[in-house]
Design a protein around this ligand. Structure first.
Ligand code: GLN
Length: 262
């Protein structure tokens, strides 16, 4: 009888120990008992016409480009899934801020003003803005923009730059949602110039035969980063950074850039 009691007591102690251990493993009451990163599928927004970073491949009817391939490779490396929505640059920023999107990757330049409302990954590509005019245009510097109309894409660093110098150089700005419409306005002569990321306008001139040319040097260089709303989805930023480091180590990062001419 005594032995039975002892066995029971020991069993009870073991059970309690396990029980407490199990309790300890549970999230504390103030932690969100949400899905794990592995089970959650993220909603990620992007631009829709920003080659070579994201653009519609008409043959496959799929969005391709550096950003699309980097994200796909990083998600595979880190084991997360996502739904991609190519809605435009300003729309993507709005969707992330509204909590409608978990993140965005859209050739988005990391800069202090944005860091107040977004958290960024490590930079993955360096670029800056350049003045763009119609092929054969007489405009040879921003000094020639006096009294002219400059086309600008909403929400971009190029537009911030144009706005910052418009009074000094005496031009007015007309706004567009996307890069192709902005380019077309300059080609048609409805605007004298626009500002665009150097690598992106370079691609459009070279690969799409857009009748535009760049003027002068790149201004405001910076790095593109993957972004989430400030304070949200921290695990997604960690996974992006870890995946990017792995892709750099494996040579996959270089391979993706090389595919698009870098
Ligand atoms: N790099 C620019 C920015 O961050 C433009 C991005 C874009 O048009 N997709 O504002």
């Amino acid at each position: 009888m005594k032995l039975v009691m002892k066995i029971l007591a020991v069993s009870l102690a073991v059970l309690m120990a396990f029980g407490f251990a199990a309790c300890g493993a549970k999230p504390a009451a103030n932690e969100e008992p949400t899905e794990t990163a592995a089970s959650k599928s993220y909603v990620i927004y992007s631009d829709n016409a920003f080659a070579p970073f994201e653009f519609l491949d008409t043959a496959s009817n799929k969005y391709v480009g550096v950003d699309m391939e980097l994200l796909a490779a990083i998600a595979e490396d880190q084991g997360f899934t996502y739904e991609m929505k190519n809605e435009g640059f300003d729309a993507a920023m709005g969707a992330v801020q509204a909590g409608q999107a978990d993140a965005m990757i859209a050739g988005m330049t990391i800069k202090p003003e944005r860091q107040k409302i977004f958290d960024f990954s490590e930079g993955y590509f360096e670029d800056g803005s350049i003045l763009v005019v119609a092929k054969g245009s007489a405009i040879s510097s921003v000094d020639d923009l006096k009294g002219k109309v400059v086309a600008a894409k909403k929400g971009t660093t190029s537009t911030d730059y144009a706005e910052s110098i418009k009074d000094q150089y005496g031009f007015t700005i007309t706004y567009f949602e996307d890069s192709p419409t902005m380019y077309q306005t300059v080609v048609n002569g409805n605007a004298a110039a626009c500002f665009e990321d150097f690598s992106v306008i370079g691609w459009a001139i070279k690969n799409d035969g857009i009748a535009l040319q760049t003027v002068g040097e790149v201004v405001n260089p910076g790095y593109y980063g993957f972004a989430v709303k400030k304070g949200a989805n921290a695990e997604l930023i960690s996974m992006f950074n870890a995946g990017l480091a792995n892709l750099k180590a494996s040579g996959k990062y270089e391979e993706i850039l090389a595919k698009y001419g870098y």
